[in-house]
Each structure stands twice: as C-alpha cells, then as structure tokens.
Ligand binder design. Structure first.
Ligand SMILES: C[S@@+](CC[C@H](N)C(=O)[O-])C[C@H]1O[C@@H](n2cnc3c(N)ncnc32)[C@H](O)[C@@H]1O
Length: 305
C-alpha cells in the first residue's frame, strides 16, 4: 500500500550517511520504505520542516508483537490461555508445530505438568537441540527444561576425560548425554519410566555408548551400586534434595564432586546441611532466578574424607 509523506531527497551516493543522520535525529519514518526516483533517494520523515517535498512511499508491514512464551524445540509454551494469540504465534515461525498452555504447575514426584493444546498439532512431543545434542522430549510425560543448557556445558568444562559419573535424577537425559562426551561411564537413574524410555532414545540418537539409563529410586542407588564409586554426582532435584544427599556422599569417591541443585530463598541455605557430612563447598552459584523470592542454586561440593 502506498502512502504520501514528507520526504528528504538526496542523491543515491549520499543515501547511507543521510539515513544514519535521520535516525540519529529521530525523524526517519520507519513505517515507510524509502523511495527511488532516478538517481535520487527519498527518505520519508516525520518532520515537514526538514523535508524537501511530499512523495508516495510504500508502507512496510507492521511487526506483530508475539505473546510471551518459552520455546522447546517445535513447541511454544504460552504464559496466557489465549487461543487467538496462539494462532499468531504458530504462524510466526515455520519451526513451531504446536502451541501449549500449562494447566498445572510442575508437580508430583515426576515433576511434570498437564498441558492443553492451544494451536497446531495435538502433541506434547518434540525434538530440540542443545549445543549439538539432540533431545527428544515429551513435556507431559517427563520433566525437561532448556534453561539449564549453559549449566550443563559448565559441568562438561569442569570434567576430566574418563570420569565415572552418576546422575541421580536424570530425566530424559540432558546432563547424562552431555557429560558422556568426556566421561568413561555415566549411570543415569530416574524414577519415572516415561523419562527413562526417552533417555534411552536420546542416548541412542546421540550415539553415546557409555550411558546406562536405569529405572531406579535414587534412595536405593547406594545399594544398587554398592561397591562402585564415582568422580562426579549430579543431583538435580532442586525442590527436595536433602533426603538424597547421604546417598550422594556414599557414592562419590573422596576428592570427587557432587553438584547439588537446590531452590533457595537465601544464599547459603543448604550450607549447614552439607557441612554435617565430610564435605566442603568449593563454590555456590545462582543458576537462574525462579520466582521473586526463590532462585535455583548449585553447590559444587568436594568430599573430603
Ligand atoms: C527436576 S527433574 C530433572 C531432570 C533432568 N536432570 C533435567 O535436568 O532435565 C527431576 C527428575 O527427578 C526424578 N525423580 C524424582 N524423584 C526421584 C527419585 N526418588 N529417584 C529418582 N528420580 C527421581 C523425576 O522423575 C524427574 O525426572
């Protein structure tokens, strides 16, 4: 659609410096495309006093603001229950196949949510990529959050080649598969059979030959893996890690590391509990903020004795 507007005429050779000047003066009309007339360019402006003439310019399509959402592979999870906005979101990128709304918060032993499809395909399954790793997820069947992607890479960077690793709450296997790049072996347990099935698939599609997915209650890992000891333990059950910490200490070798993830309101909240064991805290860091009062923290803990 064409629209008449005040314009500044300049030779094409002066186009770029003029465009920059008009932007810095705050008078370039960005809703219209600059026009060409022979060897001249006409920049639409909002200030008639700076214009040389009126000219017809083509209107640019307006950028549609997208509703707030999280992306996991081809699934967008919207924060509002709004099917009309969901259709806009679905149309915004060809890679989005489904738009979901979470009907419940993350809850229960499996840390899952119930979803309703607002637009697109009736599925909760998708595949995402994280630092080259492919992950098949089913957002309703098993917990998954893409927000720990950087944290997983931090742990990989701390590792030595050939470590023995145990991931006590492995979910669909994002830590296990990522850490397997450097580890000799990763034992990866979860209590949710749906998560373990997806983890097996993720191990396979990423061609890992050193991950053992295991359907197991972490409380029993001390007995299941009796006699084994590990260089590194991942404990990512941030809402309730305390009952499992004794098992983690039992599984890690002296000098080895436990990464304990915890949801906390104040810094150092878990320090006293940790220091009841033969352990020192090498580092405590905030991974991400979770709510106005809580943040997801990680304690890097060394077993001393
Ligand atoms: C917060 S999720 C973390 C999953 C995964 N580590 C990740 O980063 O995506 C916690 C996982 O612990 C599992 N879980 C809960 N209680 C458990 C238990 N007693 N033993 C083993 N796994 C458990 C849940 O099924 C869930 O998959």
């Amino acid at each position: 659609m064409k629209q008449e507007q005040w314009c500044v005429r300049v030779p094409v050779t002066e186009g770029e410096p003029t465009r920059r000047q008009l932007i810095s003066d705050g008078i370039l009309d960005i809703s219209l495309r600059p026009a060409r007339d022979g060897t001249d360019l006409l920049f639409p402006v909002t200030d008639p006093a700076r214009a040389t003439e009126r000219w017809e310019c083509v209107a640019l399509p307006k950028a549609v603001p997208l509703p707030r959402h999280d992306l996991v592979g081809g699934i967008a999870i919207m924060q509002d229950d709004d099917p009309k906005e969901a259709e806009i979101l679905l149309a915004s990128r060809p890679s989005i196949h489904t738009v979901l709304y979470a009907e419940t918060p993350v809850s229960g032993e499996y840390r899952t949510r119930k979803f309703r499809v607002l637009a697109g395909e009736q599925v909760t399954v998708t595949e995402c990529t994280e630092y080259g790793m492919r992950l098949k997820v089913d957002l309703e069947a098993a917990y998954f959050s893409a927000r720990l992607a950087n944290e997983r890479q931090r742990i990989v960077s701390l590792m030595e080649e050939g470590e023995r690793v145990c991931d006590m709450f492995a979910g669909v296997g994002p830590f296990a598969v990522a850490l397997a790049e450097k580890a000799a072996i990763v034992i990866a347990g979860d209590i949710n059979p749906g998560a373990v099935l997806l983890m097996e698939e993720n191990v396979r599609i990423n061609h890992r030959h050193n991950v053992i997915p295991m359907l197991a209650d972490a409380l029993h890992l001390g007995d299941i893996l009796a006699g084994d000891s590990f260089d590194r333990i991942i404990m990512n059950l941030p809402m309730s890690p305390v009952p499992f910490f004794a098992t983690a200490v039992r599984l890690v070798r002296p000098g080895g590391t436990i990464h304990l993830y915890a949801m906390q309101e104040r810094e150092g909240e878990y320090r006293e509990m940790i220091e009841k064991y033969p352990c020192t805290i090498a580092e405590e860091r905030q991974v991400r903020s979770y709510s106005p009062t809580q943040h997801h923290a990680v304690y890097d803990i060394t077993r001393t004795g």
